[in-house]
Design a binder for this molecule. Structure first.
Ligand SMILES: Nc1ncnc2c1ncn2[C@@H]1O[C@H](COP(=O)(O)OP(=O)(O)OP(=O)(O)O)[C@@H](O)[C@H]1O
Ligand SMILES: [Mg+2]
Length: 227
């Protein structure tokens, strides 16, 4: 089953002489449960693509279907709600809210959505992320690896259709980096959670089911490595 379908997606930043074509007619689909790595040189359009898959920005042209919903046919309010429920985003620098505790950061997407927190589910997730002794701490009281585990928890708490990560290990040492990737792969395999990861790390890319290479805003290669 296709969970994600991208059709002729383009993004031009700016206007006139300073216009930059960051994404140029990109099309592909992703199956439910697939783990896709996106690689490519700096400036090739990887983050632009991920933001468009995540509903963070709007494309200049083209369509993105997430679980059959034409995301950019939604208005701003509908898109914000859809994104909160269906997209789990993980960034290199965690993007946690500094004045909120681990528990508050993780459950924020549910609170914004006026949904109740399922205590048992929350506790299980916290345990899987090995954060059970940190739930009342603030982000600045945590290590980088711990902060990234909180952001994984926040991304997963609403059972999103897709999980998107932009260089999730870019700020971590190799031990923390493998812990984070192992966790993401665990959620991918055990819960059939669709996962799309931008990475510069070849060892991470080689663990994916499929590697998409982006060059100059276009797909240069799309290879299945594990099926
Ligand atoms: N907000 C913006 N305004 C104007 N140009 C932008 C903007 N964001 C990105 N760009 C340009 O779009 C192109 C693609 O940028 P993008 O951030 O997607 O690259 P990337 O592949 O993620 O690179 P990196 O590996 O360095 O993170 C670049 O040329 C960049 O300068
Ligand atoms: Mg980038």
């Amino acid at each position: 089953m296709e969970i994600l379908k991208i059709e002729h997606l383009s993004k031009i930043y700016g206007k006139g002489e300073s216009a930059v074509k960051a994404l140029d007619d990109v099309s592909f689909s992703v199956k439910k449960g697939e783990f896709v790595a996106i690689i490519g040189p700096s400036g090739s359009g990887k983050s632009t693509l991920l933001h468009l898959l995540g509903g963070v920005d709007r494309p200049t042209s083209g369509k993105v279907f997430v679980d059959q919903t034409d995301m950019y046919s939604l208005n701003e309010t509908q898109l914000a709600i859809f994104r909160r429920r269906q997209i789990g985003l993980i960034y290199q620098f965690y993007n946690l809210i500094p004045v909120l505790t681990v528990e508050e950061n993780m459950t924020l997407p549910l609170l914004l959505d006026k949904q109740k927190v399922n205590k048992k589910e929350f506790n299980d997730l916290v345990k899987t992320l090995n954060l059970q002794h940190r739930i009342h701490h603030l982000p600045n009281q945590l290590s980088g690896g711990q902060q990234q585990r909180v952001s994984i928890g926040r991304a997963l708490i609403s059972h999103p259709a897709i999980m998107l990560a932009d260089e999730p290990t870019g700020n971590l040492d190799s031990k923390n980096s493998s812990e984070i990737i192992d966790l993401l792969i665990m959620f991918n395999k055990a819960y059939n959670q669709t996962l799309i990861v931008i990475t510069h790390d070849e060892r991470i890319a080689l663990q994916a089911d499929r590697i998409i290479s982006i060059e100059d805003g276009r797909i240069a290669k799309d290879e299945v490595i594990h099926s």
